[in-house]
Write a protein that binds this ligand. Structure first.
Ligand code: LLP
Length: 428
């Protein structure tokens, strides 16, 4: 396949009768049955991504907790559960999803800066492996709720190491100004305060400095800092046995060079490998991003004079990343272009009533016509999970392909159904 297809993993994509096929299943055949737009996932690619990371990290004793927020679909998560993944969750809803997908509570870690009482109690009752607390205030809250339930909560304290992740500002989490974690310079309070918390057992530390990080340098800095903090806490008598290194492993959306699983393993081994800790990571994007695409149909090719607009039937409500983070997704026609065929520069836009509903600007693509199907590549992470019904649109369906078959794993949620969620007040 040409450069146009560089973001569709060659292990899963091929061409059948001149059209794109995923694991041998024709995309246009799925579109004919499901309608567009829809997300399309490859089970094979999910397994490949998970295994590549888990196999590289296993020799140094690092377990993988999949960050559910990247794509929480039950069918997707259950594939990872079968592979042995744990889960990183950030809400009670994600706990419900993780358990429904078959991830045991004992392999679930609960992160998040604003856990409610109800969520903390839900997690403690379910018996999650660990709560990652993000503040002293939260530690006290966990202690109180655990006491009420008659349990001792195993807690890791999320630390803010003040390291620049060198990524998009909206997905940077490890700088002093970010709301996440406890300032690395403020761990002294633990010595006294923990003594007063009979129902909290501090078992470890956690860190997560951001997402889509393309260099190992920020990881090195953050992990090394965590190593120092573990040594320091141990020297003050704290029994620190676990270190959660977070996620954030970047991937190529265009031609970026991203750290490989082997690079990450080396970085971890070199910084915190000698501390005798139970280590864990929380990747989301690097597991699911290139295992998913958004399939959409061109509604119109609008001649705007100086700009040609390809108006597709997917909108920013279905894939918000370009509008929100200026992200790049390769756009590939499902009907493969003829070699040497005409190319046109397009703005590919959705139907939503906002100018930010633009997937790409001035991108050279094979000539498109109304009715053509296109896929937006590398959309498996933070695609469907961030979708909304804005502009009163149906919630986008999700389809999974596995071993030559496909299944709708979330059906399109129609407006009639959505209206059923609403009610008129009964006061008259
Ligand atoms: N652990 C914690 C505590 C997190 O907050 C996150 C992501 C992860 C793990 C997983 O990070 P990953 O491996 O996926 O980079 N919506 C944005 C990304 C937001 C990431 C939020 N936290 C996007 O579409 O780029």
């Amino acid at each position: 396949m040409t450069d146009l297809f560089r973001r569709l993993p060659a292990s899963c994509w091929s061409s059948i009768d001149g059209g794109l096929a995923l694991e041998g299943v024709s995309v246009s055949a799925i579109a004919a049955e499901v309608g567009t737009p829809f997300y399309l996932y490859s089970a094979k690619r999910l397994r490949e991504n998970y295994r590549a990371l888990a196999d590289a990290l296993a020799p140094i004793g690092v377990s993988v907790h999949y960050a559910m927020k990247a794509c929480g679909n039950r069918a997707v998560v259950s594939i990872l559960a079968e592979e042995g993944a744990g889960a990183d969750i950030v809400s009670g809803g994600e706990l419900t999803r993780a358990l429904a997908a078959g991830i045991p509570a004992a392999r679930v870690v609960f992160s998040g800066v604003g856990k409610t009482d109800v969520e903390i109690a839900q997690a403690l009752r379910a018996g999650v492996q660990q709560l990652n607390a993000e503040s002293y205030e939260e530690l006290w809250r966990i202690d109180e709720i655990a006491r009420g339930l008659g349990v001792v909560a195993e807690v890791a304290l999320r630390v803010n190491p003040d390291v620049d992740a060198e990524t998009h500002a909206k997905i940077t989490t490890g700088k002093k100004d970010n709301k996440f974690g406890v300032d690395a310079d403020r761990l002294g309070r633990l010595d006294n305060e923990l003594k007063a918390m009979a129902n909290v057992r501090l078992v470890g530390l956690a860190v997560h400095i951001g997402s889509q990080i393309l260099s190992t340098r920020p990881f090195e800095r953050a992990y090394a800092r965590m190593g120092e903090l573990v040594r320091d806490l141990r020297s003050r008598g704290h029994d620190i046995t676990r270190l959660d290194l977070g996620g954030g492993f970047g991937i190529p959306y265009q031609n970026e060079l991203a750290p490989t699983p082997a690079d990450l393993a080396r970085t971890i081994a070199a910084t915190v490998g000698d501390l005798g800790l139970e280590l864990a990571v929380e990747p989301g994007r690097s597991i699911v991003a290139d295992a998913g695409v958004l399939v959409s149909r061109v509604e119109f090719v609008k001649d705007g004079g100086h700009i040609q607009f390809a108006v597709v039937d997917a909108g920013m409500n279905d894939l918000v990343r370009p509008a929100m983070y200026d992200s790049h997704h390769d756009i590939v026609p499902v009907r493969l272009p003829q070699a040497g065929g005409a190319e046109v520069e397009y703005d590919v836009v959705g139907p939503i009533c906002e100018s930010s509903d633009t997937f790409v600007k001035r991108r050279k693509l094979p000539k498109l016509a109304a009715g053509d199907l296109v896929v937006m590549a590398t959309a498996g992470a933070y695609g469907a999970s961030m979708a909304s019904t804005y502009n009163a649109r149906a919630l986008v369906p999700e389809v999974l392909v596995d071993a030559g078959r496909f299944a709708v794993v979330r059906r399109r949620v129609s407006l009639e159904e959505q209206l059923g969620w609403e009610s008129l007040p009964t006061w008259g």
